[in-house]
Design a protein around this ligand. Structure first.
Ligand code: IPE
Ligand code: IPE
Ligand code: MG
Length: 253
């Protein structure tokens, strides 16, 4: 059998213009996994991988803006990640503060609106203050809504929503018949944000790790073995191209 160049066209990175001719997802979510392995395989401390990961995230934000994607949600620290060794958690917290400080002006200039999605009550107040300052400074920005899922867990998110709704019911503010999917969505951390169309996970792991379990009900999933620090514009384009070849049915015919 003769193999021609077009046989491998699915591997070819499309250009920005080519992608823009197809459907651009409104909302892309990413599970940025593999920072630790990236560093360890080079004999470097894990935090070096997280630092490289922050640079990769910056490139992803710019790529989303260039493609005209309206919402990006990046899983940066899970509720379960609080259980990592104390040293890694404190190095990560320092890094979040450093990166938010460094990137704030760029977000303002690029009309990016930062939004923290996660369990705020358990975030140390000094770290939360840095996130909330960035939220405040970017609150009127419109081009890209950039959700940072930080101290985030989907099950915790759903349970706190149900608790709030149960309380409203107890106090007679809502009737049982009003407890619809729409109402539940209003009490999720992602209230007002459309569901992700495309959900990407790097590093070869094939799981959701407590990320957007409700919201990703009909997301297109894309898994790549690339470790997050190596995930660049080209890789993002390949994911979007793959998305453009999917047939979304939402259970219908
Ligand atoms: C993802 O990378 C970033 C965070 C969870 C904070 P990891 O730290 O999970 O890296 P691996 O999976 O151990 O390689
Ligand atoms: C998921 O990655 C969380 C983030 C990427 C922030 P983990 O590395 O924590 O997930 P598991 O432990 O492999 O499921
Ligand atoms: Mg991991």
């Amino acid at each position: 059998m003769k193999l021609c160049a077009s046989c491998f066209s699915f591997l070819k990175t499309p250009s920005l213009e080519e992608l823009k001719k197809g459907e651009i997802p409104l909302h892309v979510a990413v599970i940025m996994d593999g920072n630790g392995r990236w560093a360890t395989s080079r004999g470097l401390p894990r935090i070096v991988g997280h630092k490289k990961g922050a640079i990769a995230l910056r490139e992803t934000v710019i790529t989303c803006k260039d493609l005209g994607i309206k919402y990006l949600t990046a899983y940066s620290f899970s509720n379960e990640n609080w259980q990592r060794p104390r040293k890694e958690v404190s190095e990560l917290m320092e890094l979040f503060v450093e990166v938010l400080g460094r990137e704030l002006d760029g977000m303002i200039k690029n009309d990016v609106k930062l939004n923290l999605v996660g369990q705020r009550e358990i975030i140390p107040p000094d770290i939360l203050a840095v996130f909330e300052n960035a939220e405040k400074k970017t609150e009127n920005n419109k081009t890209l809504v950039f959700n940072i899922a930080f101290s985030y867990g989907s099950r915790q998110e759903i349970s706190q929503a149900l608790k709030k709704i149960a309380l409203l019911h107890k106090e007679g503010d809502i009737e049982l018949k009003d407890c619809s999917q729409n109402l539940i969505e209003q009490y999720l951390y992602t209230a007002g944000i459309p569901d992700p169309d495309l959900l990407i996970r790097t590093s070869g792991e094939l799981r959701l790790s407590n990320f957007l379990l409700w919201q990703a009900a009909y997301s297109e999933l894309y898994f790549t073995k690339t470790l997050w620090p190596d995930f660049n514009r080209k890789q993002f384009f390949l994911a979007v191209k793959d998305y453009q070849n999917r047939k979304r049915r939402f259970g219908k015919l």
